[in-house]
Design a protein around this ligand. Structure first.
Ligand code: NAP
Length: 454
């Protein structure tokens, strides 16, 4: 049984009967059968359906944002923006999939030689709850446009969102079994990966989940891509516009109540900028209004689950025990729900959870460094490598650091990290491997077939 629990009230919204082993088998077989037909449909046909899906998302954005607010606590304004972004990724691949997958002619001694990109079959997506629509749509839009089919195992706390996605695809006019949701727990993922019809896996989630799924996929010789956790460093140099930097840093830490893989997590500030930046940053973090996600005044909702909130608080307490200082927040509020206040930890250093681990909630780790070189060293002193940002008024200097000196899948200058359908997205080190979005993302689950004519 899967349960939706409202994190604002702690009340059960709805219970869902999980699919049985037999039910899972039937769904996968049906999706596989559909693939044999879907793979040979035209780009034009798929594009029309994808555009229907985009329109449907736009027309239903209020009710879908409400569903997220109730099921995982996202404030409605952010939920609406998330659905609009899903529509954007549908439009992007509706317009560009054919172009990205065109044959690539390569000159050789043969009369004709080229790479032809062919779909591989049914792909399993294992997805997290934090952006319950976006994470799935950034996978499904390129996957379906490429001629693959898919099954989704969504996070156990968002079954309502998982079923809503399946329904949207049906309503947009796609064939019944081109995409299906499996209502299963993480323990059943192993058997799904082992199923003959499953050709590859895309997992977005924590590093432990990634290791486990990658091990199973590896033992079956099935390709997987992994979008995992992060501890993104934001470097503030002495020549930055500190007020602007503080605004963007606070927004990047508090978006989605801090529950984003690419949220700013460690703030590394050079000595000369430290006092002024911290003053602005504390002011910005303190200005957040956290409350009911359906209340228009709220800029931040609760965290998605009580256990996740308690885990975060323990990381804060352990860091404090090891010498960190709380300069804002840091106490569980006396109210119902999974709320945690915007929190700033100062004097954060190696050996503390706030330095070494991912803090998946509204807690900022502030680290003071001597200069740029020390800032880069600290930024790279992490097992993760998802995103990073640098604040400086010297763009050339910023680009040099971004390109050559930061170990991460992306690096933004004077802005916070965000994904964009036109640009590749993914990490290095324990943040995973493979890329989503852009022309790279749509090619991950394709057979790049070499064709040679003598
Ligand atoms: P999670 O606990 O790893 O769960 C993610 C998904 O994996 C869920 O569907 C979960 O199912 C499943 N799962 C967990 N353990 C598994 C296992 N051993 N075998 C098979 N499936 C397993 O992560 P989360 O709490 O939902 O999401 C937060 C994490 O995701 C953070 O670390 C965040 O940084 C990361 N994330 C990364 C990106 C990115 O693009 N890099 C984007 C968003 C989030 P159940 O719910 O049933 O346990």
């Amino acid at each position: 049984m899967l349960k939706s629990i409202n994190p604002t009230t702690g009340k059960i919204i709805q219970s869902y009967k999980s699919h049985s082993e037999k039910g899972v088998e039937q769904i996968i077989n049906a999706v596989d059968k559909t693939w044999h037909h879907w793979r040979s449909t035209s780009f034009k046909h798929r594009s029309n359906l994808m555009q229907n899906l985009s329109s449907l998302l736009k027309s239903k954005k209020m009710e879908l944002a409400q569903l997220m607010a109730l099921e995982m606590g996202k404030v409605k304004k952010e939920g609406i923006a998330e659905i609009e972004k899903c529509a954007w990724v549908c439009d992007y691949y509706a317009q560009n999939a054919e172009l990205h997958l065109e044959n690539e002619i390569i000159k050789t001694e043969a009369s004709r030689s080229y790479i032809s990109y062919q779909p591989i079959g049914t792909v399993l997506a294992v997805m997290p709850w934090n952006f319950p629509f976006w994470q799935v749509f950034r996978f499904l839009a390129p996957t379906l446009m490429a001629g693959n089919t898919a099954v989704l195992k969504h996070a156990s706390n968002v079954p309502g969102c998982a079923l809503a996605i399946e329904e949207l695809i049906r309503e947009a006019g796609f064939p019944e079994n081109v995409f299906r949701t499996l209502l299963i727990g993480s323990g059943q993922v192993k058997n799904v990966i082992k199923h003959n019809a499953i050709k590859a896996v895309s997992l977005t989630g924590s590093t432990p989940a990634g290791k486990s799924v990658a091990a199973i996929a590896g033992s079956e010789l099935k390709k997987c891509i992994l979008e995992l956790g992060g501890s993104d460093p934001y470097i503030i140099l002495e020549d930055a516009d500190l007020e602007d930097a503080a605004k963007k840093c606070a927004a990047a830490r508090l978006l989605n109540a801090g529950q984003s893989c690419i949220a700013a997590k460690r703030f590394i500030i050079v000595e000369d900028a430290y006092p002024e930046f911290l003053e602005h940053f504390t002011h910005e973090m303190n200005s957040a209004y956290f409350g009911d996600p359906c209340d228009e005044k709220s800029t931040m909702g609760p965290m998605a689950r009580i256990d996740l909130r308690d885990e975060l608080h323990q990381q804060v307490l352990d860091s404090v025990e090891k010498g960190a200082e709380i300069i804002l927040g840091g106490e569980i509020p006396l109210r119902k729900g999974a709320f945690y206040p915007p929190t700033i930890l100062e004097n954060v250093s190696q050996g503390m959870p706030a330095y070494d681990e991912e803090l998946f909630g509204p807690v900022a780790s502030v680290i003071r460094v001597k200069d740029k070189n020390e800032a880069i060293k600290v930024a790279n002193d992490t097992e993760f490598g998802l995103g990073a940002a640098i604040f400086t008024n010297n763009i050339k200097r910023g680009e040099n650091i971004a390109e050559m000196q930061i170990d991460a899948g992306c690096c933004f200058i004077n802005d916070f990290v965000k994904s964009d359908p036109r640009l590749p997205f993914g990490g290095i080190k324990k943040s995973g491997y493979g890329r989503e979005l852009s022309s790279l993302g749509i090619k991950e689950f394709m057979n790049a077939k070499t064709v040679v004519v003598k």
